[in-house]
Write a protein that binds this ligand. Sequence first.
Ligand code: SF4
Length: 427
Amino acid sequence: MRNIIANVAGLEIGRGLPVAIQTMCNCNTNDIEAAVAQCNAMRDAGAQLIRLTTQGVREVESLRQIKNILRQQGNMVPLVADVHFSSDVAIVAAEVADKVRINPGNFATEHEKAQRDFKRFIEVCKEHNTAVRIGINHGSLGKRITELYGNTAQGMKEAMVEWVEMCIAEDFYNVVLSLKASNTLVMVEAYRLLNRWMEEQGVIFPLHLGVTEAGNGDMGRIKSAAAIATLLRDGIGDTIRVSLTESPVNELPVAEKIVRFFSEQEQQQAGAESWEDLIINIACTYGPDLLDRKIDDFDLDATCKGEKVSAEALQDIKDNLLQATRRRFTKCEYVACPGCGRTLYNLEETFNEVKRRTSHLSGYCIAVMGCIVNGPGEMADADYGYVGEGKGKVSIYRGKEAVRRSVPQEEAIDALLELIENDQKNK
Ligand code: SF4
């Protein structure tokens, strides 16, 4: 079995090594001062890798400046450029960043062109010793793959295999792979399928784990912890990102606690030192067996900071975990991206307001997404969506259809509620 170790500016990622934790800036990459401040705060919170959005060449140039400033200040955390759609941008980014995240299926609508672009990109990465993450998301599978395999975990794995085989053919191994989804079942299945395929091939690439659009608060933490723990328990996963619709700095202690849970085998929830410790320990303890349908329910009894946790609070954790593992839905389900340099509105505040006004809608799934470029594709199976268009405008979605466009931001939550209420009346 060939065990591939990726090297990102000295940070080694791979099977048998400690799981690395990472996060992503949510500020505008062209706001150099804000990005530098955020990267330093992330480093202080334990980030071992930091990703920034580089949607265009201008952002890559900003990344170069950010990197120079950080290195001068002694912040040596490797930086990852996040490129989704443009192979030209990915190639420029490969000369600047320590690692480039791409979704190669999005490089071009024509598959052969995407393959040619990918080859060019790999050549530049080799030349500059740049690592690559091939990041395929459930919400953005191409038409060709969905026609062949459906919008499924199998489709995600098959999409990945095509690009991994190209890396092997090009003798390029500085590669990490990810197959993220917001649906925890799909996410776990996709990684397991890919892992099985790698074992059959006799080559194990490092895997980056994460649940996309997990939302925020307790549910965001519980969803991420349950799914990531399920895979870590199998020995799958070499670097993790917990995506929260909050300050990205908040993601790091959560990721660190999940990793610690496995490294120290803290497999018990009693005696937690903080609320966050408590919910993560519970999610890591029971989440994997719930997701794998080995258990249907569990009893909870816990203390937090020396105090007995109330039955109501424990019930709420349990409801969140049962919903996160898709076993029992008792609340409105939310899909919300963490935001990034593409987000042009206050995502966290808006998401909290949407949650406040829709929490009674149990049985529905509502998405709040930062941008119109990736948002509609990534909002999975949401019934309704609030998607930022930029410049104070919002699109309101019913399923995959934008039913209202360019709604002024201050009217957008009302418009979303109005749409849902009208649909309910007309049912
Ligand atoms: S959907 Fe959210 S996280 Fe994804 S690119 Fe758009 S703003 Fe960034």
